[in-house]
Design a protein around this ligand. Sequence first.
Ligand SMILES: Cc1cc2nc3c(=O)[nH]c(=O)nc-3n(C[C@H](O)[C@H](O)[C@H](O)COP(=O)(O)OP(=O)(O)OC[C@H]3O[C@@H](n4cnc5c(N)ncnc54)[C@H](O)[C@@H]3O)c2cc1C
Length: 399
Amino acid sequence: MRSVAVVGASLAGLAAARALRAQGYDGGITLIGDEPRAPYDRPPLSKDFLLSRTSTEELALTTDDDESLAVDWRLGTTATALDPYERRITLSDGGEVRADGVVIATGARARTLPGAGAPGAGGMSGVHTLRTLDDALALRESLRSGGPLVVIGAGFIGSEVASTALAAGLDVTVVEALPVPLAGPLGAGMGAVCAGLHTDHGVPVLCGVPVRELLGGARVEGVRLADGTVLPAATVLVGIGAEPNTDWLADSGLDIRDGVRTDARGATAVPHVVAAGDCAASYQPGPARHVRTEHWTDALRQPETAVRALLAGPDAGADTACGPLPYFWSEQYGVRIQFAGARRDGDSVRIESGDPEDRSFLAVYERDGRPTAVLGMDQPKQFTRWRRRLAADWAAVTT
Ligand SMILES: Cc1cc2nc3c(=O)[nH]c(=O)nc-3n(C[C@H](O)[C@H](O)[C@H](O)COP(=O)(O)OP(=O)(O)OC[C@H]3O[C@@H](n4cnc5c(N)ncnc54)[C@H](O)[C@@H]3O)c2cc1C
């Protein structure tokens, strides 16, 4: 292999370039990214960056050592199509890149509210989503003018922004369409425990009531819920999830049902094309399904395995290792939430230590008497022990 194109110049794309060199590849690397900025870190955007405690410079993911990667950077350039058999990538500037191997690392974008209030769709000012640095700069500016803030969606990003805005002294309300927040990633019981962090700090969480409309003219003034409740708002943060950036692959023939489908290593069904990070739905042998995680650590570590599969070639098959055990963390109201593994609905939950009421505990998810996942709230040491144990089981099941 003499040339590799990496599409998506963020955490997973940069990790792929580093993994290529670390694994001895000495051919050309072209890194294509639609954002004009060099790769930066997203987790602080909903946390310290919003409070101006982290600067733009501190978000940089690249270091001086990355000079030695000898990457041909194509920033501010969007990949618009992929011919996977020719491995030809069409670019928004009219050019194209042809490569022996392709790493797809185009991540995800924030889902917007349907209708007139949708941010970025000619909607009213004061209505925000949060995915990029520019999104964070705009949200920060809006929050500076004071509250109230209404957060639509009690997922991790919405919850973190609620917590950060409260720390900045704003009046905050969280609205969630589902009966229980975070039931998808954590299950209903543990989702309710995490949502309790809001109420512990006096932030109301209105669950099971969808938003009917955003109120206001040029600028948002409020949010009307389906039950008629009107919440005044100077700023609205729409945190209703993310969608994989796979539109550009629509005619590629790749399987892109909720992300680019790959095997456990990151290889797609097309030889010499792999995917990693938030855009990838990789097969997890434990739960026996494809899962698209949106976690920083997975985006950092998946490329190592995907690049190994790419360099080994399509015939290497299952001899190469599987991807990492899924892991994420969140920080809300000074509490660190950590989760590792792959839970499924129907798994039982056992409190291993601590007490959920105290917001300091470790919960183990189990199926047929075997642990499938672990959740920790302010229990970093115990959590790390369990994460290691699960990672060993994960590797045993998937190789
Ligand atoms: C506000 C925020 C807070 C977060 N906090 C946490 C946290 O606390 N813990 C945690 O585990 N995770 C967190 N995450 C998730 C974590 O940041 C992501 O999992 C990680 O950024 C994924 O990296 P990625 O490289 O796969 O995708 P992305 O970071 O989305 O990068 C993909 C890149 O590809 C570009 N791109 C897309 N389409 C194209 C195209 N057609 N051509 C060229 N370029 C393209 C995108 O613009 C982007 O630059 C957070 C995310 C956000 C947004």
